[in-house]
Write a protein that binds this ligand. Structure first.
Ligand code: ZN
Length: 226
């Protein structure tokens, strides 16, 4: 359980079970939104780039536009680009663009999956000139890349890599301002509290201070009171 006023916020998990003392954003595939059992307390909805093949992005956008009006849906995601896995990049781009349009129109934060496509996303961010928050989830890059993303107003969410001694992500975390920071467990099954604890140790800060900072970021980006 948490000891202070702020919950441990996990902005990206694929595990549906609710856990006391935690505020979690559960990832829901767009194809699953018609199943009421899949509606978490807080969720993000989107078409993952790996699933972008053989779809109709305009039709997906219409469904997404309705879902983001539902109170449990607090973000669009995970959506993004993956240059290592999944369908051709132009297919991924078509799906991504349609979903980014909906996110921008509804001023929703976006949770982004990005594998070796940071340059593409930075280019897109520049071109689209949108002010809704874009959050790179599961950031594992080095601090120089983090710096480039932060300059373009991205937020960074750190997960399991924070626990790996010597990882690039640990160094990047130390150079990320507290007001751009999120944490997540993704598919790992880790306890989000262990990630906060490791991050606090690394940043030489109190865990409470980190929880407060992430709560403020959460409130600002997701417009949900933690
Ligand atoms: Zn994920």
């Amino acid at each position: 359980m948490t000891s202070g006023r702020y919950p441990h916020i996990d902005i990206h998990t694929h595990h549906h079970a609710e856990i006391d003392g935690l505020l979690r954003i559960v990832n829901v595939r767009l194809d699953d939104v018609t199943l009421p059992a899949h509606h978490p307390v807080h969720g993000s909805v989107g078409v993952h780039p790996w699933d972008a093949d053989g779809r109709n992005p305009e039709q997906d956008a219409t469904v997404l536009a309705a879902v983001v009006e539902e109170p449990w849906c607090v973000a669009v995601g995970e959506i993004g680009l993956d240059r290592v896995r999944g369908p051709a990049l132009h297919t991924q781009r078509h799906s991504l663009d349609a979903q980014l349009d909906i996110a921008a129109q509804h001023r929703m934060p976006v949770i982004l999956h990005c594998v070796r496509a940071h340059a593409d996303l930075m280019q897109l961010r520049k071109q689209r000139r949108e002010s809704n928050p874009w959050i790179i989830h599961g950031f594992t890059g080095h601090s120089e890349l983090a710096g480039q993303l932060l300059q373009l107003d991205f937020h960074l969410s750190f997960g399991a890599a924070v626990l790996e001694v010597g990882s690039k992500a640990r160094e990047a975390l130390t150079t990320t301002p507290l007001n751009r920071l999120f944490f997540e467990t993704d598919e790992s099954g880790l306890d989000i509290r262990d990630i906060y604890r490791a991050a606090a140790d690394l940043l030489l800060r109190d865990e409470e201070e980190l929880m407060l900072a992430v709560s403020e970021n959460f409130h600002r980006c997701f417009r949900v009171d933690p």
